[in-house]
Design a protein around this ligand. Structure first.
Ligand SMILES: Nc1ncnc2c1ncn2[C@@H]1O[C@H](COP(=O)(O)OP(=O)(O)OP(=O)(O)O)[C@@H](O)[C@H]1O
Ligand SMILES: [Mg+2]
Length: 350
């Protein structure tokens, strides 16, 4: 546990650790902003042990004020973030994630993107290419478009192909996640309510129960026809209106839309269950539990949910931040007191 007063650097430490899981800041800070005020560059280093492995792994990052970051694994230079991601896996849970159910769709897409990217390098590839092409297509729309139908078709084909891949993987992941979310949520609420989570995509017709192969084939065709059939509308709107960048996760509780009907507490419980389920899937697919990083969430949860999350994470590695050092009774907790950007005290069994 990292504990200390506000603005002492607790979240900064988590941000540094999480950097190696995502290759970027979780606060959306740009790389330059990770460098200490007045300095020209930042160095980060993380050493961790894989389950069953003999030697620990060390990851390093050099972030210069200008120019590209340098990433290393075991001293050897990596070509980029793609090579970094997946080596060290973490599940982050911060107050923003408490709005996972009630907030906007971008939060839920982001949840899927982060989880899938850490597990499948191919997903990250498709996603980055998709986003790059989307930016180009949007720029074309904003600059007045093109009268050449072939241009739109090239964009449509590329986005439809990558979008169908993204949708297929997200769909499969959601299916697996739902099973875990239900189980965890039932444990949290004594089985009174059963949530349903489904991936909603313009690649998948409503009410359809598709499989991955079907989404890849039929979803691609659907996306292509949406992308090439609505250009006038998109020109009026000023951006690409169809595709996986608009998708969402539909979350229902007792057959009602959770975003609208579930109580604040139920929404938080669901969000919590989704985060814990993300960890379970990382174990099931990736082979070992990720490190759980809990930034400030314990203080945001009531006693019952706090107890549940700590119980659910027994025997996992978790790093939590808090203003008070008093949330744990367990004797395996390592307490680190953070003050003015430094760890000033360290004790076990606090
Ligand atoms: N690039 C930077 N260089 C030096 N200090 C910075 C930089 N960016 C942010 N800070 C400082 O770090 C502090 C915030 O640290 P952090 O968010 O880790 O605090 P915290 O301990 O998590 O606090 P809280 O309990 O309020 O969440 C702020 O005082 C901020 O001014
Ligand atoms: Mg903080």
């Amino acid at each position: 546990m990292l504990w200390g007063n506000n603005a002492q650097g607790k979240s900064n430490i988590l941000e540094g650790i999480y950097f190696f899981a995502r290759g970027r800041s979780f606060r959306g800070a740009r790389e330059r902003e990770l460098i200490r005020f007045g300095e020209k560059h930042a160095e980060l280093s993380l050493t961790f042990q894989k389950e069953g492995a003999v030697y620990p792994v060390t990851l390093e990052a050099d972030l210069p004020q200008t120019g590209r970051k340098i990433l290393r694994r075991g001293g050897a230079r990596l070509s980029g973030v793609r090579e970094l991601i997946g080596a060290f896996r973490a599940v982050l849970f911060c107050p923003l994630h408490l709005s996972l159910v009630g907030g906007g769709p971008a939060l839920r897409r982001n949840f899927l993107d982060i989880a899938l990217s850490q597990l499948y390098p191919g997903y990250l590839d498709s996603l980055s290419r998709y986003n790059r092409i989307l930016v180009q297509r949007n720029a074309l729309i904003k600059s007045g478009g093109s009268t050449d139908q072939a241009v739109w078709e090239v964009y449509g084909r590329q986005l439809a192909h990558l979008g169908a891949d993204i949708a297929a993987r997200r769909h499969t992941y959601m299916k697996m996640l739902e099973t875990h979310v239900r189980e965890i949520f039932e444990g949290m609420t004594d089985g009174r309510e059963a949530p349903r989570l489904t991936y909603q995509s313009s690649a998948i017709p409503e009410g359809d129960e598709p499989d991955e192969a079907k989404i890849r084939k039929e979803g691609e065709a659907r996306l292509f026809s949406s992308l090439t059939g609505s250009i006038e509308r998109e020109m009026r709107y000023g951006a690409t209106l169809y595709g996986t960048h608009k998708d969402d996760i539909a979350i229902r509780l007792n057959d009602k839309e959770a975003r609208t009907y579930a109580s604040q507490g139920q929404q938080r419980s669901l969000a919590l269950a989704m985060k814990l389920a993300e960890g379970e899937l990382a174990k099931a697919i990736g082979g070992e539990y990720p490190v759980f990083l809990l930034d400030d969430v314990l203080s945001e949860l009531d006693g019952q949910r706090r107890a549940f999350i700590l119980q659910a994470l027994t025997d996992r590695q978790i790093i939590v931040t808090s203003c008070e050092p008093a949330y744990f009774g367990a004797d395996t907790v390592h307490m680190l007191h953070v003050q003015e950007g430094k760890i000033i005290g360290s004790e076990k069994n606090a």
